[in-house]
Each structure stands twice: as structure tokens, then as C-alpha cells.
Design a protein around this ligand. Structure first.
Ligand code: NAD
Length: 367
């Protein structure tokens, strides 16, 4: 019997539609080569949804996402100046992304920071530091902490404007993401870096207490504790020490972008946002308004998000591995998108569409 999946496709803003157009080609190729069918339903989400419908996450889009087996989301957002045209509460992060995460309780954000041995020339790190490539799985808690805590602005008794923004976690929120991280560590190198700031933050003291409790069930996994500031340095000086890393929401937001930096571009950063019943997949980066409309964005992060969906939502592990292989083979053959090619004259520049063409041709060959 044919497996049939329904996917909500949210192309997003700026480069979102450009990289999404390449990523969804994977589904057509799989349908032609495998006994599987995909129904793709496109819906507005982000700044363009606000301008078209008055809401960054319209009710019609919510219904499409509710009904889908999985959600494929492009990056959303505008430049700093342009975003001022949208009321604060409807700006894409607050009005669309955080509500999407809350709606499906996508508490575990998988952000692979990966560079194959053949792609190490893309990294700004020296060869003796990067050695045989980078292979880190960063797991970020995605529905708690500062981003979801109570917020308040006002004027205090001295007449000063003030802001309160609470960092809130329940023990269950922490436990559930730690279990995911320990499970991943168990399947990989049995080493888990716990990133925290317990020398200052009470929330980290609490996080570490819960970690110790969960660790009793995973005695085969070695835990290494590292303060988040030290982790930022270590990611540059010795990324090879890391395998699985786990951390709270804001630390993960920042360190995972640093992950993109050590790879050479945020365009190499796909991600999966996993909840108990539904998952959505998105590049880790934003909508890159500075390069939108030029056909130069790197679609690896978006195509990689499809690869993660195939593996994690549809259990199509072999096909997922082939998508990764197809993308690597294009880079390994000496082609590169503009974001990665700055310093290497041997590299042949390709546009967003041309990268997509080459990846799809290779995927057809592999399948
Ligand atoms: P950004 O991630 O969009 O861009 C940072 C830099 O990386 C830019 O120079 C950009 O050109 C480059 N870049 C990012 N993705 C690329 C790709 N695929 N190919 C080539 N180059 C790429 O960050 P920003 O400029 O700070 O934010 C732009 C907008 O995106 C803002 O409105 C922000 O709020 C939003 N944003 C959205 C998400 C999301 O949708 N999950 C995440 C982060 C930021």
C-alpha cells in the first residue's frame, strides 16, 4: 500500500520561497521513484501573511498545520527597518514562530552542525583545528525559558521605564528535553555536553539538578558540564570535543548560530523541531533579507530540513541519507553557493536554482 503523507508548506519571507522551491522538488522525485505520495499544501506564514491577511499566523494556516502529518517551514522575518511596519505583537517571531512552537509543543530542537571531511575548506577555522570535519548534534529546548516567560513593561516608582522578562521552566519541561538528549547521546558516542550558567543563574542550578536525576537512567552516557560562555570559546578552539550538546532555549539560539559560523555559513544549518505529536522542520537561520531576490541563497539548510523530515517523521532513513549524499556530492565536486565560496578560487559558483538542479539530478541517480 502506498504511504501517503500530507505536508503543510510555509515558504516564509525574503529568501524563504527561493530555497523552499528547491527543497520541495525532493518530494516529486521520491514519488516517482518510491511507493509514496506527498500532498503539499502551501499556506501563508510570517510577515507576508501579516500584510496579506492581518495575521502572521492566520487561522487558515493553523487549520492546515493541524491537519498535516508534518510541517515544512521556510525562514520568516524582515530587515530591522522593515519589521517596524508591523505591530510588535505580529512581528514574525512573536506573531508566528513562537505560537507555532507553542501550538505543537515542539520542545526538542535538533540542530546538526555538520561538515563532511571533504567540505572542511568552507570553514573559517584552520585545518589543524577542524581536522576531519565537524559532527555535532546541538539539542536546544524550544518552548520554555526567557522566550516564553511572562513579559511586562511599565514605569517604576522613580519614573524610570522598566522591563521584566521571566526565565521560566518546570521540571517536566527540562526533563523531557534531557531525555531526548540522553537518548541521542546513547545512540551516538555516549557523551553529552550539558551547557549551562549555574555560576550565575538559578534556572541553570535547577536544570542541572534535573539533569542529575535523569542521568541515573543513563549511566552509560558520560556527562561533561560546561558553562555557556566557555562553550562559545570551545566551539571555535576545539569543536571536535563535542558530540551531543544540550541547553536551554536562548543559549541554544545563540550557540547554534555560532555553529553556522564555524561551518562557514548559516546556509548549512537545517533543523527539526519535535513535539509529542507533531514536528516541524526549518532552517536554523533567518530570512536573509540582505540577499533576497538574487537567486544566490544556499538552499542546503532547507533541503536538509526535508531530509530530517523524511527520517524523523516518515521513517524514510535510506532516502534521507541519499538526500544528504546528493548535497554533499555537489559540494565535493567543487561547486558552491556564494555564501561559502569567498576565498577559494577553485570553486565554481552556482545559483540557488543551479544547486537545486545538481542535487536533484544526483538524487535521481542515487534512488
Ligand atoms: P539571518 O539568519 O537571516 O542572516 C544572517 C546572515 O546569514 C546574513 O548575512 C544572511 O545573508 C546569511 N544567510 C542566512 N541564511 C543564508 C542562506 N541560506 N544562504 C546564504 N546566506 C544566508 O539573520 P538576520 O539577518 O539577523 O535576520 C533576518 C530576519 O530573519 C529577521 O527578521 C529575524 O527576526 C528573522 N529570523 C527568523 C528565523 C526563523 O524563521 N526561524 C530565525 C532567525 C531570524
Amino acid at each position: 500500500m502506498t504511504n501517503a503523507y500530507k505536508i503543510a508548506v510555509l515558504p516564509g519571507d525574503a529568501i524563504g520561497p527561493e530555497i523552499m522551491a528547491q527543497a520541495i522538488r525532493v518530494f516529486g522525485i521520491l514519488e516517482a521513484k518510491r511507493d509514496v505520495s506527498f500532498e503539499l499544501i502551501t499556506a501563508p506564514f510570517g510577515a507576508h501573511a501579516y500584510f496579506e491577511e492581518g495575521k502572521a499566523f492566520p487561522d487558515s494556516t493553523k487549520a492546515i498545520c493541524d491537519d498535516a502529518d508534518a510541517i515544512l517551514k521556510g525562514p520568516v522575518g524582515l530587515s530591522h527597518e522593515e519589521s517596524k511596519k508591523i505591530p510588535v505583537e505580529e512581528q514574525p517571531e512573536r506573531g508566528a514562530i513562537l505560537p507555532l512552537r507553542a501550538r505543537y509543543n515542539t520542545f526538542a530542537n535538533f540542530r546538526p552542525i555538520y561538515l563532511s571531511p571533504e567540505m572542511t575548506h568552507f570553514s573559517p577555522l584552520k585545518q589543524e583545528i577542524i581536522k576531519d570535519g565537524i559532527d555535532i548534534l546541538l539539542i536546544r529546548e524550544l518552548v520554555g525559558g526567557l522566550y516564553f516567560g511572562k513579559k511586562e513593561r511599565g514605569i517604576n516608582e522613580e519614573g524610570q521605564r522598566y522591563v521584566h522578562e521571566l526565565l521560566e521552566y518546570t521540571e517536566e519541561q527540562i526533563r523531557q528535553v534531557l531525555i531526548v538528549a540522553f537518548e541521542q547521546a546513547r545512540q551516538r558516542k555516549k557523551k553529552l555536553h550539558n551547557i549551562h550558567k549555574s555560576n550565575v543563574l538559578m534556572s541553570s542550578v535547577f536544570w542541572n539538578e534535573v539533569l542529575d536525576e535523569v542521568h541515573t537512567e543513563y549511566q552509560d552516557v558520560e556527562v561533561v558540564h560546561l558553562l555557556v560562555d566557555a562553550a562559545a570559546t570551545a566551539l571555535c578552539l576545539n569543536p571536535g570535543q563535542f558530540d551531543v550538546m544540550v541547553m536551554e532555549n536562548m543559549f541554544g539560539d545563540i550557540l547554534s548560530d555560532q555553529g553556522g559560523g564555524i561551518l562557514g555559513s548559516l546556509g548549512l544549518m537545517p533543523s527539526a523541531c519535535i513535539g509529542p505529536e507533531k514536528a516541524y522542520y526549518e532552517p536554523s537561520h533567518g530570512s536573509a533579507p540582505d540577499i533576497a531576490g538574487q537567486n544566490i541563497a544556499n538552499p542546503y539548510s532547507m533541503i536538509g530540513s526535508v531530509a530530517m523530515m523524511l527520517e524523523m517523521s516518515f521513517n524514510m532513513k535510506e532516502e534521507s541519507a541519499m538526500v544528504w549524499q546528493a548535497m554533499k556530492s555537489v559540494f565535493e565536486a567543487g561547486f558552491s553557493t556564494a555564501d561559502l565560496s569567498k576565498s577559494n578560487e577553485d570553486i565554481q559558483l552556482v545559483s540557488t536554482d543551479e544547486f537545486g538542479d545538481k542535487v536533484m539530478a544526483k538524487l535521481e541517480e542515487l534512488l
